[in-house]
Design a protein around this ligand. Structure first.
Ligand code: HEM
Length: 232
């Protein structure tokens, strides 16, 4: 029965090719834990998205209610403090893991031909991840959040030529207030996720298209015919 449904769907959508390309693809000999950071980043992104949806169900992005709604999530909502804690620590873990992933890609030299565009989409993804942290920091609307955002937006204001525009765009006025909070919330929950999910799609498409890179030590052995010496 399931087979019949499967082949009916496959004939009309070609879904098995997508499944094949993502989950049944061949990976090179010798890949090790260094190659897992991209997948860990993806796992963390999914965790942030899921915990973020639950937080948004009880959060209110207005100066009158933001702080209290965060207290409410932490103290009253069932599993609220766990969900908030996961989202809070997950955001730091995300930055650490994405930077590690980038460092590994740099160390292994896999940014080179033909994966330059994979690298470039990665650079934008890193900026988006930092954007999530910056915009999320204001949302609890406490003193720390307010002043961190005052400093951060002031820094954006010092960018040559476009500083004034950036400051106005981020604050929605000259001071940090209700419009700034609404904007940061909109960036954090609509704009950045839409950009990040689309770009991750391109990033992963390119990873599947080019296949995972052959580890340099395996490549060296294969091209020079060198015999295995030691661990590598
Ligand atoms: C949200 C952030 C990111 C996610 C979710 C992500 C996800 C992934 C995944 C799942 C892979 C395949 C497995 C692997 O090689 O680890 C990968 C590969 C790759 N990523 Fe990322 N990545 C992110 C950020 C970045 C950044 C910041 C860079 C560099 C600036 C980058 C550059 C690359 C490159 C060049 C590859 C190909 C590596 C290879 O074939 O060996 N990525 N990424």
């Amino acid at each position: 029965m399931m087979d019949k449904v499967g082949s009916w769907l496959d004939e009309r959508t070609g879904v098995s090719q997508v499944w094949q390309a993502i989950f049944k693809r061949k990976i090179p000999l010798g890949v090790n834990f260094l190659y897992t950071f991209g997948a860990v980043a993806m796992f963390l992104f999914t965790l942030q998205a899921l915990t973020g949806i639950f937080l948004a169900m009880n959060y209110s992005p207005s100066p009158e209610h933001a702080y209290d709604s965060v207290l409410y999530i932490t103290n009253e909502v069932a599993f609220g403090s766990i969900v908030r804690g996961l989202h809070h620590w997950g955001s730091s873990a995300m930055v650490v893991v994405v930077v590690l992933h980038m460092a590994v890609v740099f160390y292994l030299g896999t940014y080179r031909y033909p994966r330059e565009v994979t690298w470039l989409t990665g650079v934008v993804l890193l900026l988006l991840v930092l954007g999530f942290s910056f915009t999320g920091y204001l949302l609890p609307w406490d003193e720390k959040a307010y002043w961190a955002t005052a400093v951060g937006t002031n820094m954006a204001g010092t960018v040559p030529f476009v500083g004034g525009f950036l400051l106005a765009l981020l604050r929605g006025g000259t001071e940090i207030g209700a419009v700034s909070l609404a904007r940061f919330y909109a960036f954090h929950t609509f704009l950045l996720p839409a950009l990040a999910i689309s770009l991750m799609g391109v990033h992963l498409f390119l990873v599947v298209k080019h296949g995972v890179s052959v580890p340099p030590w395996i490549w060296r052995r294969a091209t020079t015919g060198q015999k295995k010496t030691g661990r590598r």
